[in-house]
Write a protein that binds this ligand. Structure first.
Ligand SMILES: C[S@@+](CC[C@H](N)C(=O)[O-])C[C@H]1O[C@@H](n2cnc3c(N)ncnc32)[C@H](O)[C@@H]1O
Length: 294
């Protein structure tokens, strides 16, 4: 089954837009309901939106700051769990072991925070349901999950509290900058990018996260032998992802399906939205690449 053989959801499908957590409407602005503590970190990300910096990675953002109020439960989760689970953007190399240090070890078969614990980065977790499920089913791994949308951060912190997850830390910042300035070379054991904003319209395609420059940057941060797993329901973006990642010489394609796509790995749960899409005959494409071992 190839990307070309599947149908796209119609681009004017309102429920598709909503369930994909992103309207791509550039006129919307950041919520005024956000907490002061998060605001400081986020203002740094905003500065770059109009700064005119010449660095290619800073010119065009892959997200738009959306309106959206925190529910009382999300606000409470940020207030109570933020100090432990929400890491600040510092622009300095992350101290991963220290960041995960205060985790509870109860219920985990492997002692947490050993240097050898695999480090998995997720970019753009939305409301975090998938992230929480994966963290729960892989207690031996540590997950750093990044998202710019504050209600999403609140929602995932709430899930962390409800499910007693200990192997997950969040950051609210532009993931491109986090990768660029906080993640060392050959560092990550895995990367997850699930249903990144497709930026359907031709004139918005340049906002897509998966571009050659970013792929080269993020690949340099993956350990030799580490993996990069992506999924999308947008055919044209699947093709772009396949082209761009295949062209990155440090990555090896692992998918066994036609066109190089992969079967959905069992750790990635099928989302409600995905189930609906499958019923309607829409496609979903998983891509799994490995970093070359020199
Ligand atoms: C379409 S949603 C998908 C969310 C989730 N992965 C899922 O499968 O439901 C894409 C998310 O990526 C986030 N995002 C886009 N660019 C980002 C960036 N550079 N840094 C952090 N988050 C980003 C958006 O805010 C949005 O919530």
């Amino acid at each position: 089954m190839t990307a070309m053989s599947k149908k796209n959801p119609p681009s004017n499908d309102q429920s598709y837009e909503q369930s994909n957590h992103q309207s791509n409407d550039q006129s919307k602005t950041q919520s005024t309901s956000e907490t002061p503590r998060l605001r400081a970190s986020f203002e740094e990300a905003q500065k770059d939106l109009g700064s005119g910096t010449q660095h290619y990675l800073h010119r065009i953002k892959s997200f738009v700051l959306r309106t959206g109020r925190l529910t009382p439960g999300q606000a409470k989760a940020i207030e109570t769990l933020g100090p432990q689970f929400l890491l600040p953007y510092t622009g300095q190399t992350i101290d991963w072991e220290k960041s995960f240090q205060n985790s509870e070890t109860s219920g985990l078969s492997t002692p947490i925070n050993q240097k050898s614990r695999p480090k998995i980065l997720e970019i753009g977790f939305g409301m975090g349901e998938t992230t929480a499920k994966i963290a729960a089913t892989r207690p031996e791994d540590d997950f750093l999950a990044i998202e710019v949308h504050e209600p999403g951060v609140g929602a995932l912190l709430k899930l962390i509290g409800e499910q007693g997850l200990t192997n997950l830390r969040l950051m609210r910042h532009d993931a491109v900058e986090v990768v660029e300035s906080m993640i060392p070379d050959d560092y990550l054991d895995g990367v997850h990018v699930y249903f990144p904003d497709p930026w359907h319209k031709k004139r918005h395609n340049k906002r897509r996260l998966i571009q050659p420059e970013f792929v080269a940057l993020l690949s340099s941060r993956i350990k030799p032998g580490g993996y990069w797993h992506l999924a999308t329901d947008w055919e044209e973006y699947a093709i772009q992802m396949m082209e761009v990642l295949s062209a990155e010489s440090s990555l090896i394609i692992t998918g066994a399906l036609a066109g190089g796509y992969a079967e959905r790995p069992s750790y990635r749960p099928v989302t409600k939205f995905e189930n609906r899409g499958i019923r309607l005959g829409h496609g979903v494409w998983d891509l799994v690449f490995k970093k070359q071992i020199n």
